[in-house]
Design a protein around this ligand. Structure first.
Ligand code: SF4
Length: 615
């Protein structure tokens, strides 16, 4: 077996309570690595088996027993000195919010500790009749009763299980009441402060009555060429330390460093994307966070960047002793998107989201859409029951997570997510979503590559899959003009393929500000013992992205879904440095499909053959 793996995948059927293990298949690992890639491979095998049994993929209920949930690490996870390697990836055949593939990635400790417990990944099938949790301790797995944990928030659940299991390197991934209540924007929390799972992956856990997975152990992850690895890893860590983003910007200000940067570029969506300029953005910036709210920094396991924040609100109506973050995307969704500049309210609302296990990007975007619907008079007064749902009302964002989780008052409408909410009130054009997933924090009218990235991201309106903000705004690895469309397809494809690899190794995407495919090829070659080149890294990423797209196609997604909300295509930016701009998507899409070897959003048989994807 190559280095980097502990060579055990756990399979748990919650209906039959059957627990089995299987070894990593080296031929599959060579083609798909681990993490997202290996999970996509496994999901495709389930899909084929369902089709063989006559179950159409399009009829799979995201909250039904047939949905499959996979927690996966990769050959870079849990390897000391492999940059930022405490992460894990979660995938599902169908996400409740979008009805298409589910995908999420989180830091913290859990990913590394899963490997120390003796497992590379966990595949969850079926559904339990009663609440359960999984305990994975020193290579053994048990399904245990979670009756007393059901109803608890994510913090209490984590603390209860950590103390109950004890032992070395103990870590908990769990759901809160939002997941239990099957809210389609419920997120999976781990280690009290990290979240994975846009699109409602926690609701899938809720539907399976799986409250948590606790892991503990001290198994070492083998490295094939230790000396070679140490030398490559040291060089990479040094490069990251000297890089202005990973060595200075993120460690000093956290991800919130982007607030002023993106606002100054005129691409910080304001009041449900009616503008790209927030007049008082500095009051919710990374600089303000650091000056007025920061208690200390926090790093995920094995990370030298340390972008995490622990904050506190010491005065005003939204006081809170300690809270995680908030991150840039949350500051945007609960702040600028809703026209709110009260940082205390954002910190508090974010912490409430974490405790309830609710995903703040989708929640904030849904609130913003509801605010615009209300502003334009499209919501009947009786539905609001006196709730002052207006842009700028900070109390709304602190109140909304509770209302949404427990479907209280207008919360039952927010719990639908932005797409269904706007459809319900007859104005789907006000939903700022792609494939049903709310887009975050970067207006592509001012960063054109992001328009193509949002439109073609497999999981929907995702900023992480093809983060062209790096070259278009930050000038990494080189500065390109954010307002032209030419050449953007190539950048988007390259990012999507490379990030697919990083999510499969599984390491933090922020390393890519400093490290390239060549660095990853060298790190992976030394850890696994395989000889991987830079070209092979891109080919593996392209293979993963294409197989994921094949699954999407089977679920009914194609070129018609690779699009953007009409506001971005037709409404010129009304003010700021990119005033007058819209996104010319079709031109970029045509170039992108050509580069990908896709027709109408579907990989051609020739492309699949070239990538050695066996259907
Ligand atoms: S860069 Fe931030 S999110 Fe990434 S692993 Fe490090 S601390 Fe975690």
């Amino acid at each position: 077996m190559p280095g980097g793996y502990v060579d055990k995948i756990l399979k748990v059927n919650l209906t039959t309570k059957n627990v089995t293990t299987e070894a990593i298949k080296e031929d599959v690992a060579k083609k798909y690595l681990g993490g997202k890639g290996y999970a996509v491979y496994l999901l495709y095998q389930y899909l084929k088996e369902y089709e063989r049994r006559g179950l159409s993929p399009q009829n799979i209920d995201p909250l039904g027993k047939e949905n499959i949930l996979i927690f996966a690490t990769g050959p870079g996870t849990g390897v000391p000195r492999f940059p930022s390697s405490g992460r894990h990836h979660i995938m599902a055949l169908k996400a409740p919010l979008t009805g298409s593939i589910g995908s999420g990635n989180a830091g913290g400790e859990w990913g590394a500790f899963l490997k120390f417990a003796g497992f590379d990944g966990i595949v969850i099938e079926g559904a339990s009749d009663t609440p359960v949790y999984l305990a994975l301790v020193d290579g053994k797995a048990e399904i245990r009763d979670a009756g007393e944990l059901w109803g608890k928030n994510t913090m209490d659940t984590t603390r209860a299980l950590t103390s109950l299991v004890g032992g070395k390197n103990t870590s908990v991934v769990c759901i809160g009441p939002a997941g239990e209540n099957l809210i389609p924007m419920a997120t999976v929390m781990n280690d009290e402060y990290r979240a994975a799972g846009r699109g409602g992956l926690a609701a899938i856990m809720g539907s399976k009555r799986l409250k948590a997975i606790v892991v503990s152990g001290d198994q070492k992850v083998p490295v094939a060429k230790p000396e070679e690895f140490r030398s490559v890893a040291d060089r990479c860590l040094d490069t990251m330390k000297k890089n202005p983003v990973t060595g200075e910007g993120l460690p000093t200000y956290g991800t919130a460093i982007l607030v002023n940067v993106i606002n100054n570029a005129g691409a910080f969506p304001y009041k449900n994307w009616q503008s790209g300029v927030m007049p008082d953005a500095d009051s919710i910036s990374g600089e303000t966070l650091t000056k007025d709210y920061l208690i200390r920094k926090r790093a995920c396991w094995g990370c030298t960047i340390e972008c995490g924040r622990i904050s506190s609100v010491k005065s005003g109506p939204f006081q809170i002793l300690t809270a995680e973050g908030p991150e840039y995307e949350t500051i945007w969704s609960l702040g600028s998107a809703c026209g709110i500049s009260d940082f205390g309210a954002i910190v508090k609302a974010h912490q409430v989201c974490n405790e309830l296990g609710l995903e703040p990007i989708s929640l904030g975007s849904t609130i913003a859409a509801a605010m615009e619907l209300n502003e334009k008079g499209y919501i009947p007064a009786e539905d609001l029951q006196g709730w002052a749902l207006g842009f700028g009302n900070a109390a709304v964002i602190v109140d909304a997570p509770w209302r949404t989780t427990y479907k209280v008052g207008f919360g039952k409408y927010l719990a639908l997510g932005s797409k269904k909410l706007c459809e319900l009130y007859g104005h789907p054009e006000l939903s700022m979503t792609v494939k049903g997933l709310e887009m975050p924090a970067y207006d592509p009218r001012g960063i054109k590559g992001m328009g193509l990235a949002y439109a073609t991201a497999n999981r929907g309106g995702c900023h992480l899959t093809g983060y062209t903000v790096a070259p278009e705004i930050l000038g990494i690895p080189e500065k390109i003009d954010p307002l032209i469309t030419e050449g953007k397809a190539q950048w988007v494809k390259a990012f999507q393929d490379f990030v697919s690899v990083v999510n499969s190794t599984v390491n933090c995407q922020f390393t890519t500000f400093a490290l390239g495919a060549k660095d990853y090829a060298e790190l992976l070659s030394a850890v696994t013992g395989w000889e991987l080149s830079e070209d092979e890294i891109f080919k593996i990423g392209e293979r993963i992205y294409n197989l994921e797209r094949v699954i999407m196609n089977r679920l009914g997604v194609d070129g018609k879904d690779d699009t953007l909300p009409s506001r971005l295509l037709k409404e010129p930016m009304p003010e700021g440095p990119v005033k007058g701009h819209v996104v010319d998507l079709e031109k970029m899409k045509e170039e992108y499909y050509k580069l990908r070897g896709w027709v109408n959003g579907t990989p051609t048989p020739e492309k699949l053959k070239e990538l050695e994807i066996e259907l």
